[in-house]
Design a protein around this ligand. Structure first.
Ligand SMILES: [Ca+2]
Ligand SMILES: [Ca+2]
Length: 601
């Protein structure tokens, strides 16, 4: 295992044979148009006793006839009435009405004092569901639940509860994204994958240190991920450079991240992604043993279209930058660049980190959209960092093998694209992954949908919109709130996990609402209490993480020492280096060393 907690999906998909279909499917589907017709009207009269039955229906029809007459619509062509639900009536005009006609009739009826409400009987649309075979939950295949609609209550089994998810499946009814809102992924680079063909803009390799780069040179225009494995031989040959690094397989971290945002969707193959038509600008900033802040800073500048000495200008400047790396240290090295790119209208989305402690940099730096991680049920994931710097939170997997509550409350991880190769990029496949590394790109993907809906959004509007449209954090009478004492799974608040839970549909609705200076109004969200039986049972048995520890653990390398079950034993974060924020090594230490195969065939 390498940096990421992952469960591989067997590479049984016949992707090689389907590359042609993949290319053909790139254009995706157009956004749905509003239904233009109405099959009559639905009317509810005031002071109508909520009783059903033939007598009551006859009485309602008689009253309704009087109302139609009063509205001078008795000659409007109503050919029938039938009960709808307990006490409403469908007015059948014997033909399909145009939208304008239906609205006109409804507005006349609505003026009558007897009418409580009247609406055109328009048709509901089939929600956009991608045809990618790993998307649905089927049997033992967990599927991409993280993309499904928000759902579930305390009476449902965990597998049917999705109160923490962003609900992109309903956002897709408004927009399925576009290539016009690309995301720069500052990460380990990219390698060819059938689900990413045609999705990748010409990027750059900013890893300046040849020893860490693993591609034989320093900076160059090739962002290909050569693998970031660290071997015992590496450590023996160059203990100065690799002595504190974990022995680990290649992470394919940049590919994992990219796939969540922009894997080919509705192409009859593999997985779906947030933006069905997304594009990613791969900016390679990480090699073996993490990333150097100087490379991240130059990568940010280049991605945003700012000049970087020694590199040609980026021909495809982006407005969204995703950084799933982080480390200790203050924000001074980053802040000027963050300010500069934000002033250019660029949003920087960064992972909060996985040490169950304070938010890492650059996520914590002012101007950045810092993203924490929650479980599919909406409480903080076992590993996620938390604190006042978090801007917003969304799902990123919460392993069943982590913490004391994982077996009852954990989830299956976030399914996306991956490679099987332990060193080089061979074996294109899919994997379930865990970590704030993956909640950040989910938010970046949401921003790409927002910018698809409204390209005029400013950076400030994007951040404000994500927060204004977020659903409130879930509550619980049993699970404690996140604090220095409760730093594993816990109930998020606005002071620990940001404004709320990312809501993909509402984020897009915000983007649409503010076109031309309009105002967005958030829904009147209900309070969501997550006190299901398994939550109560888990909490009653004791805390998720040891209660004797009164402070969250200090930030330690998340992927330096666990993959091989030991490593140098250091744990001190080399201050100059940043480590990929895939899920914490604390989790890995408790995981069986397995490259598990789940479903997929
Ligand atoms: Ca290079
Ligand atoms: Ca696909």
């Amino acid at each position: 295992m390498s940096c990421c907690v992952r469960v591989r999906v067997r590479r049984a998909m016949t992707f090689v044979l389907q590359v042609g279909a993949l290319i053909a499917g790139l254009s995706g589907l157009p956004a749905h148009a509003e239904s233009p017709v109405a099959n009559g009207l639905i009317v509810k009269l005031k002071q109508d006793a909520p009783v059903a039955g033939a007598v009551a229906d006859a009485g309602r029809r008689e009253r309704l006839q009087g109302v139609l007459k009063g509205a001078q619509l008795d000659g409007a062509g109503v050919v029938g009435m039938r009960p709808v639900g307990r006490n409403a009536q469908h007015l059948d005009f014997g033909r399909v009405l145009s939208a304008a006609e239906a609205e006109s009739l409804a507005s006349k009826l609505a003026l009558r004092p007897e009418v409580e409400w009247v609406v055109p009987n328009t048709r509901e649309r089939r929600l956009a569901v991608p045809n990618d075979p790993l998307y649905p939950t089927v049997g033992s295949q967990a599927g991409q639940w993280w993309l499904y609609p928000v759902a579930g209550s305390n009476s449902n089994a965990l597998s049917a509860r999705r109160r923490g998810v962003p609900g992109f499946a309903t956002a897709w009814d408004i927009t399925q994204g576009s290539a016009a809102a690309p995301v720069a992924v500052l990460d380990t680079g990219i390698a060819p994958h059938p689900e990413l063909a045609g999705r990748i803009l010409p990027g750059y390799d900013f890893v300046h240190d040849v020893g860490y780069a693993n591609d034989g040179d320093g900076r160059d225009p090739d962002p290909t991920d050569p693998g970031d494995w660290v071997s015992a031989a590496d450590r023996a040959a160059d203990p100065g450079r690799f002595g504190a690094c974990a022995i680990a397989d290649s992470s394919w971290h940049g590919t994992n991240t990219t796939g969540l945002i922009a894997a080919a969707t509705n192409n009859g193959m593999g997985v779906a992604a947030v933006n069905w038509n997304g594009r990613v600008l791969p900016v390679r900033v990480a090699g073996k043993c993490g990333a150097d802040p100087t490379d991240i800073i130059d990568g940010m500048r280049w991605a945003a279209g700012l000049p970087v000495v020694g590199a040609p200008d980026n021909p495809n400047p982006v407005r969204i930058i995703n950084i799933s790396f982080g480390g200790n240290g203050d924000c001074r090295p980053y802040q000027d660049t963050i300010n500069e790119v934000v002033a250019k209208g660029v949003v920087v989305v960064a992972a909060a980190g996985n040490e169950r402690g304070a938010v890492t940099r650059p996520a914590k730096c002012p101007g950045v959209i810092a993203v924490g991680a929650v479980n599919r049920d909406g409480f903080k994931a076992n590993y996620s960092n938390f604190g006042p710097e978090v801007s917003i939170t969304t799902v990123a997997g919460d392993s069943i093998r982590s913490g004391n509550w994982g077996a009852r409350l954990g989830d299956d991880g976030v399914l996306g694209v991956d490679y099987e190769g332990k060193t080089t990029a061979t074996g294109s496949g899919y994997a379930y992954v865990f970590g704030t590394s993956f909640s950040a790109p989910i938010v970046a993907g949401a921003v790409s949908l927002m910018l698809t809906a409204n390209p005029a959004l400013t950076a400030d509007q994007i951040k404000a919109g994500l927060q204004a449209s977020a659903r409130p954090h879930v509550t619980s009478a049993y699970m404690p709130s996140c604090s220095a004492q409760n730093y594993g799974r816990c109930i998020c608040t606005t002071s620990t996990c940001g404004a709320g839970l990312l809501d993909g549909e509402q984020a897009v609705r915000y983007a649409q609402a503010v076109v031309g200076g309009g105002v967005y109004t958030a829904p009147n969200w209900p309070n969501v209490n997550i006190d299901s039986n398994d939550v109560v049972t888990a909490v009653t048995a004791g805390p998720d993480e040891p209660a004797s520890t009164t402070q969250p653990p200090t930030a330690t390398p998340v992927d330096s020492h666990g993959g091989d079950g030991g490593g140098s034993g250091g744990g001190a974060l080399n201050a100059g280096w940043l480590l990929a924020l895939a899920a914490a090594i604390g989790l890995l230490a408790r995981l069986p060393r397995r490259r598990a195969v789940q479903s997929g065939d």
